[in-house]
Write a protein that binds this ligand. Structure first.
Ligand code: ZN
Length: 368
């Protein structure tokens, strides 16, 4: 390394020679010590190349217990006349070395910074890398959307267990003991009386047992059925159950609520029709159809050329179900409905195969 340093004022020879022609023995020793330290520092400085090594040398020479500091006790050995001269010499050495260290440090820091900048240089002409962002699953999004609409209509959210007793899933809902839905073909039994719920209606009687009317709840969640997997059915799907119990709740209230909900969900006025149907837990029961939102009723593959789409099963809560929940059917009436979220998503987005919701294909999911 080339030392590009300019010492402050090195008057070594001049001061000594001006002061005395024949210096004392102790001053000779001091003189040699100062010269030795200067020489040694210059040699060491010429062989280091990193700023951190210079810092180490700086401490070695100029630190509290450094080599220059060690010269001070030697001053006592000089004569009173020589002492101020050598004191000045030691001070000059200190200034000289300080200047050397600082100059070299600045130089090295600049070089290291330049190398760093060179290594970290950004080529602004390179094309950028695109980040891919995750998103909510289409089922979850629609479930949240439906929940928000219904919350806005005054319903509160209740969650029931996915692993359920046969009582809350079937018996309390007025299913006869020998109802075909209870058969092993349709239900995943865990033990003889424990099962994976087949609908979110299992929440109905649980809520009635713990709260008094008026009850106005929805129960969103996942359900399971032991069915063959096909384009139209799956072993797992999501439902939103609705339940309203109060004095003087009528069938008209149910129809008005469903009309209002589907109008808000599909963001348009919809023609609806209600067909009588049987479910053990409602009386009377019905199935709800809306005018096909794909073909506007003209007939297409989604609605199987009928112009109508089935979206929900509903009805007035059966008096036996009210009794199961400890609600007097002479005093209170109620309505209930259930709809499948995947079914609504299929209608909303024209998806023809329910299996796509569960296959986790990014190409499919990233469309929504
Ligand atoms: Zn259609």
């Amino acid at each position: 390394m080339i030392l590009r340093v300019s010492p402050p004022s090195w008057k070594w020879q001049k001061v000594v020679s001006n002061y005395k022609n024949t210096p004392s023995h102790s001053s000779m020793k001091l003189e040699q010590a100062i010269a030795k330290i200067k020489k040694q520092a210059e040699n060491e400085l010429s062989s280091v190349g990193l700023a951190k090594d210079i810092e180490v040398l700086k401490v070695k020479y100029l630190g509290k217990k450094g080599l220059v500091g060690d010269l001070m006790p030697l001053l006592k050995t000089a004569t009173p006349e020589e002492r101020p001269v050598f004191g000045k010499l030691i001070n000059d050495l200190k200034l000289f070395l300080t200047s050397c260290f600082n100059n070299i440090l600045n130089d090295l820091s600049l070089k290291e910074r330049n190398v760093q900048l060179e290594n970290e240089a950004i080529d602004v002409t390179l094309p950028g890398r695109r980040s891919s962002f995750g998103r909510k699953h289409v089922t979850l999004r629609l479930l949240e959307e439906a929940t928000e609409i219904l919350r806005g209509m005054g319903f509160t959210v209740q969650y029931g267990p996915e692993i359920e007793s046969e009582y809350y899933n079937y018996d309390a809902l007025n299913f006869p003991k020998d109802h075909p839905a209870k058969d092993m073909q349709d239900t995943f039994y865990i033990t003889t009386d424990t099962l994976l719920r087949t609908h979110t209606s299992n929440t109905q009687v649980r809520v009635m047992e713990t709260s008094r009317p008026p009850i106005r709840i929805i129960a969103p969640g996942v359900c399971f059925r032991n069915e063959d997997v096909s384009a139209r059915s799956h072993v797992t799907f999501h439902q939103v159950e609705g339940l309203y119990i109060d004095k003087n709740v009528t069938f008209t209230d149910l129809i008005g609520t469903l009309k209002n909900f589907f109008k808000r969900l599909f963001c348009r006025d919809l023609k609806m029709r209600f067909r009588p149907s049987y479910f053990p837990f409602v009386e009377p029961g019905m199935e709800v159809d809306i005018h096909c939102i794909v073909c506007e009723g003209k007939g297409c593959s989604v609605c199987k050329q009928t112009g109508w789409l089935e979206v929900s099963g509903a009805g007035m809560v059966h008096p036996e179900v009210l009794r199961s929940g400890g609600v007097d059917p002479e005093e209170y009436t109620g309505y209930a409905w259930g709809f499948g979220i995947e079914r609504l998503a299929m209608l909303q987005y024209g998806i023809k195969d329910i299996r796509q919701f569960f296959e986790n294909r990014v190409g499919f999911l990233s469309q929504f």
